[in-house]
Design a protein around this ligand. Structure first.
Ligand SMILES: Cc1cc2nc3c(=O)[nH]c(=O)nc-3n(C[C@H](O)[C@H](O)[C@H](O)COP(=O)(O)O)c2cc1C
Length: 188
């Protein structure tokens, strides 16, 4: 069912405004067994697809993985990728290889925008997520099958949180540097 059809049925009332979603977002590494609805996964993927990109290149591909043995194998791509094994859906973020592409910084900027769109669209639906960084690129290529000249630096785990309280939990003290430390006026 498309977002438009769901909206007509009244099933798509936004749960969070933009600021509320940004301000309450935190990573989730433990997921409930509840499956993700087909339309919710489509919404998340569309959120990534809708991101703006340098020269509108849209130089990304998303590999959606759901089979438990596949997710368990993917968990070996990096030392901090264990959460992939317990995710409900994993989206591997694949780009032209930044080592050989002519605008590698733009490619990664654009990918970050697409990823954050996905993460926030999921959070609005009560779906948690967390990135995984790839260290073993040979294994990632073997498991995901993307062609030569393409590269996977990050994957995203998605799922309903094992503990739904994380969706509304107060922020961790000291979780982010204060504005006064990161903002400069006119010049650094
Ligand atoms: C580029 C990037 C790579 C990350 N890689 C991993 C990872 O490999 N494994 C992991 O568990 N978390 C990973 N994270 C999640 C960060 O640890 C998390 O965003 C950070 O601790 C802040 O968490 P919070 O938003 O819940 O405060 C990554 C985050 C980013 C932005």
């Amino acid at each position: 069912m498309t977002d438009d059809e769901l909206r007509q049925r009244g099933d798509l009332e936004p749960a969070l405004g933009t600021w509320e979603a940004i301000d309450s977002l935190r990573v989730v590494r433990q997921f409930a067994p509840r499956p993700l609805e087909v339309w919710a996964v489509e919404r998340i993927l569309n959120a990534g697809r809708r991101a703006g990109s340098s020269k509108n290149r849209q130089s990304w591909a998303f590999v959606v993985c759901r089979d438990r043995p596949h997710l368990e194998a993917l968990a070996a791509v990096g030392p901090y990728a264990g959460h992939l094994a317990g995710a409900t859906v994993v989206v591997a973020l694949v780009t032209p290889d930044p080592a050989t592409a002519d605008a590698p910084l733009s490619i990664m900027w654009d990918l970050g925008r697409a990823a954050e769109n996905m993460v926030l669209a999921a959070w609005e639906l009560g779906i948690g997520s967390v990135p995984a960084t790839v260290y073993d690129h040979g294994l990632a290529r073997e498991l995901l099958g993307y062609p030569a000249g393409w590269h996977c630096e990050f994957l995203l785990s998605f799922g309903y949180p094992a503990d739904p309280a994380v969706l509304t939990a107060p922020k961790r003290a000291g979780g982010r540097r204060p504005l006064a430390e990161v903002v400069h006026e006119e010049r650094w």
